[in-house]
Design a protein around this ligand. Structure first.
Ligand SMILES: C[S@@+](CC[C@H](N)C(=O)[O-])C[C@H]1O[C@@H](n2cnc3c(N)ncnc32)[C@H](O)[C@@H]1O
Length: 291
């Protein structure tokens, strides 16, 4: 891991010197920069967004290694999706200063030296929490590509023409691949909150009926395949997934893909994932029964 070079940012005194005249936001970004430079940085979180971007809920900052270079990754958690951006230290500091002055009213900085909290208001306060949550710096080994929720090697991604045999996005498919990653990550959060995973587990004899997933206007079924694969293969849940689409040629194609992947119920091979099918129909006049 190469080090991030601290420039234009100076750490102005001891961390416990909170009664100085230094603006708390400046102090906070200095602490952040100092912790990154000294290797004590663990993570940083921003909350209570009062800025113009209403869908933005939190920002999580962590260190990652991208192509053997250190970077600070900002995960922008919106209500329905996640966006990742990597910055060098200068950009990170600049960004953090802007976010704290214009949008976020609270932030926590976790370092191995101690945790810090800033609360921004009429009287902005920066406090050091007594004990550090992290005794050691958080591992930087897992970069974004290793943490992908949907592996780029998934068979369905290749069959649907999103990735090639090497697991790389095909030309014009980068955004689609990103959309799938974001969609499954939102689904993952919803699943954690819902408790469904506990009631529909495959290997649980007490489990209730299969979960029914309906994708209305599913088009080529990119997200239908992604949701079905995630729920069956990653969560181990009993699921019946139905994609509804008005264009017959797309329905034929997606059913063909589902069969090829042994996901279609008519070609059930006994695997959990064999519960995905597509039907032609108009969603506005749909009557869906659970059968
Ligand atoms: C933009 S595509 C979305 C595909 C898919 N949901 C995705 O996000 O990848 C919208 C699809 O909805 C279909 N569609 C539009 N109106 C529909 C309707 N009333 N009933 C069924 N399908 C419809 C279109 O044919 C098209 O394939």
């Amino acid at each position: 891991m190469s080090n991030l070079v601290l420039s234009k940012v100076t750490f102005d005194g001891s961390a416990s010197n909170l009664e100085s005249d230094v603006d708390p936001v400046e102090k906070f970004v200095s602490l952040l920069a100092e912790s990154v430079s000294s290797g004590s940085f663990a993570k940083c979180t921003l909350s209570k967004n009062k800025g113009e971007e209403k869908t933005l809920v939190n920002i999580y900052v962590r260190m990652v290694e991208v192509k053997k270079k250190a970077a600070l990754q900002f995960l922008y958690r919106h209500k329905t999706n996640d966006i990742y951006k990597n910055y060098n230290l200068e950009e990170c500091v600049e960004n953090m200063r802007g976010l704290l002055t214009s949008s976020f009213k609270q932030a926590h900085l976790f370092t191995t030296e101690g945790d810090w909290e800033i609360m921004i208001g009429k009287k902005t306060r920066l406090v050091k929490v007594k004990k550090a949550t992290f005794e050691e710096p958080v591992s930087r080994q897992h970069d974004r590509t290793k943490n992908l929720i949907v592996s780029k090697q998934e068979q369905y991604l290749q069959l649907l023409g999103i990735t090639n045999n090497e697991g790389q996005a095909r030309p014009g498919m980068v955004d689609k691949l990103r959309q799938i990653q974001n969609f499954v990550s939102v689904l993952e959060n919803l699943m954690k909150d819902s408790g469904i995973a506990k009631t529909s587990l495959l290997d649980d004899e007490q489990a209730g009926p299969p979960l029914t997933v309906l994708d209305m206007g599913c088009g080529k079924g990119y997200l239908t395949f992604a949701a079905h694969d995630y729920l069956t293969n990653k969560c181990g849940i009993k699921v019946r997934t139905k994609g509804v689409e008005m264009r017959q040629e797309l329905v034929d194609k997606t059913n063909e893909w589902a069969r090829e992947l042994n996901m279609h119920p008519n070609d059930a091979d006994g695997s959990n994932s064999a519960g995905l099918s597509f039907a032609q129909g108009c969603v506005t006049c749909l009557r869906y029964s659970n059968g």
